[in-house]
Design a protein around this ligand. Structure first.
Ligand code: GDD
Ligand code: MG
Length: 367
C-alpha cells in the first residue's frame, strides 16, 4: 500500500526553530521530525510514500532524500500554490494506484495503522478516519460515531457548545481511490470542510485508537513534551533501540559524578562539565559543550551549541550553534534561535524568543 503525507504548513508557531528549516525536518531528539512518521508507516509495511509539499524546500529534499534511510521510497509532489488538504492530495493522483493511506504531516504517533487498514477492509468503507480521544477537541476535527463505527458527523474546529464527544480525527486516513473523484482539480479544497461532510452516511467510518500515543507537534510546549515522551518511551519509536545502550553516546564525554537521567540523550562529541545535571527530557546535541554547575531539565540543546558555567535550562530550546553565557537562565518554553548569543546573567522565561544569530547583551532581560 502507498501513503500520502501532507506537508504544507509553514510551522510559524515553532519559530525560530522553523525560520531556516521547514517543520518536517526540525530535529526531534536525534532525527528529523518526519523520520518518526516514515519509520512508523514503514513498520506497518508501507514503503511507498508520496510527499505533498506546499513549497519544495531544497533542505527538506536534501535531508530526507529518497527515504531509504527510513525504510521507504519517497516521491515528491509540489503545489503551484497552496491547494489545501484535499487540493494537495488531488495533485498526488497520478502517483496513486489504489487504496492508500493519507497522513497529516505534523503528528507524532504510534497508533496501530495495520488495525485501521484491517477495519477499513472489513467494513468495505470508502474512507476510514483514525480517531483518538483528547481533552479539548476544539482545535481539531470532532467526529461523532454510530455504534457500528460509521461516522455520524464531522465538525472541523467545533464551537464549545457543539462538543459532545472526546473523539477527534487524528489526521490518519485510509481511503479508496474513488475519494479523489470528489475533489475538484485546480483549486483550493479542504478535505475536512468539503470532502468528509459529503462522505458522512456515504461510506465514512471511524477507527478508534485507544491507549496509543498521539500528538500534533506544532508548538514549543508540545515539541518539548514530545521530546520527553520519546526519551521516556511513552511513544514507540526507533529511538528506543539506541537508548537501550544508555543515554550517553560512546563518543561523548561526561565528567565524573554528573548524573544523567535515563530519559535523556547526550550525543556524539558532546562534553558535559563537572557538577552539572542532565535531567529527564533533555537532549544534548552533537558537539555541544556544557560547562560546570549547569542544570538541564527537559531542555533541548541543538548541535554545536555552547552552554557556559552555572547556566540553568529548563523546558526550553537552544538552537544549533547558539551560545548561552555564564549564569543565564532560560525556561518556560523560551526558544533561542540558531547561532544566537545570550549574554551572561539574562533570565528568559514565559515563551521568550531570541531570533537566529541575534545577540542579547549581558544582564538585559529579567523575566
Ligand atoms: N501540501 C499541503 N498543502 N499541505 C497542507 C495544506 C496545503 O495547502 N494545508 C495544510 N496542510 C498540511 C499541514 O502541513 C499539516 O501537516 C496537515 O495538512 C494538517 O493541517 P494543519 O494546518 O496542521 O491542520 P490542523 O492541525 O489545524 O487540523 C487538522 O489536523 C487535526 C489533527 O491534528 C485537521 O485534519 C483536523 O481535522 C485534525 O483533527
Ligand atoms: Mg496540525
Amino acid at each position: 500500500m502507498q501513503a500520502v503525507i501532507l506537508v504544507g504548513g509553514k510551522g510559524t508557531r515553532l519559530r525560530p526553530l522553523t525560520q531556516h528549516r521547514p517543520k518536517p525536518i526540525v530535529p526531534l531528539v536525534d532525527r528529523p521530525f518526519m523520520a518518526y512518521m516514515l519509520e512508523w508507516v514503514a513498520s506497518h509495511g508501507i514503503e511507498d510514500v508520496v510527499m505533498c509539499c506546499g513549497f519544495l524546500a531544497d533542505s527538506m529534499v536534501e535531508e530526507l532524500g529518497d527515504g531509504s534511510r527510513f525504510g521507504v521510497r519517497l516521491t515528491w509532489v509540489q503545489e503551484p500554490e497552496p491547494r489545501g488538504t484535499a487540493g494537495a492530495l488531488k495533485l498526488a493522483e497520478p502517483h496513486l494506484d489504489g487504496r492508500f493511506v493519507m497522513l497529516n504531516g505534523d503528528v507524532l504517533t504510534d497508533v496501530d495503522l495495520s488495525a485501521q487498514i484491517a477495519q477499513h477492509e472489513r467494513t468495505g468503507a470508502v474512507g476510514t478516519l483514525g480517531l483518538v480521544p483528547v481533552e479539548d477537541p476544539s482545535a481539531y476535527g470532532l467526529v461523532r460515531l454510530h455504534a457500528d463505527d460509521r461516522v455520524d458527523g464531522f465538525l472541523e474546529k467545533p464551537d464549545p457548545e457543539e462538543i459532545d464527544t472526546d473523539l477527534i480525527s487524528a489526521g490518519v486516513y485510509v481511503l479508496e481511490r474513488d475519494v479523489l473523484d470528489l475533489i475538484p482539480a485546480g483549486r483550493m479544497v479542504s478535505i475536512e470542510r468539503e470532502v468528509w461532510p459529503r462522505l458522512v452516511d456515504n461510506g465514512l467510518y471511524g477507527c478508534v485508537h485507544r491507549g496509543r500515543y498521539w500528538m500534533d507537534i506544532g508548538t514549543p510546549e508540545r515539541y518539548l513534551e514530545g521530546t520527553a515522551d520519546i526519551l521516556a518511551g511513552r511513544v514507540q519509536t526507533r529511538v528506543l533501540e539506541r537508548l537501550g545502550a544508555g543515554p550517553v553516546h560512546a563518543g561523548a564525554h561526561v565528567a565524573d559524578g554528573v548524573v544523567v537521567s535515563h530519559a535523556a540523550l547526550v550525543e556524539e562529541g558532546a562534553n558535559v562539565g563537572p557538577r552539572s545535571t542532565v535531567g529527564a527530557g533533555t537532549v544534548v546535541g552533537r558537539d555541544v559543550v556544557v560547562g560546570r554547575d549547569v542544570i538541564l531539565e527537559n531542555a533541548v540543546v541543538l548541535d554545536g551549541a555552547r552552554v557556559d558555567d552555572g547556566v540553568r535550562l529548563r523546558d526550553c530550546i537552544v538552537g544549533a550553534g547558539a551560545h548561552v553565557e555564564r549564569d543565564a537562565s532560560v525556561s518556560e518554553h523560551a526558544m533561542i534561535g540558531d547561532g544566537a548569543r545570550v549574554g551572561s546573567g539574562n533570565v528568559l522565561a514565559r515563551g521568550a524568543r531570541v531570533s537566529p544569530a541575534a545577540t542579547l547583551p549581558a544582564d538585559t532581560l529579567r523575566f
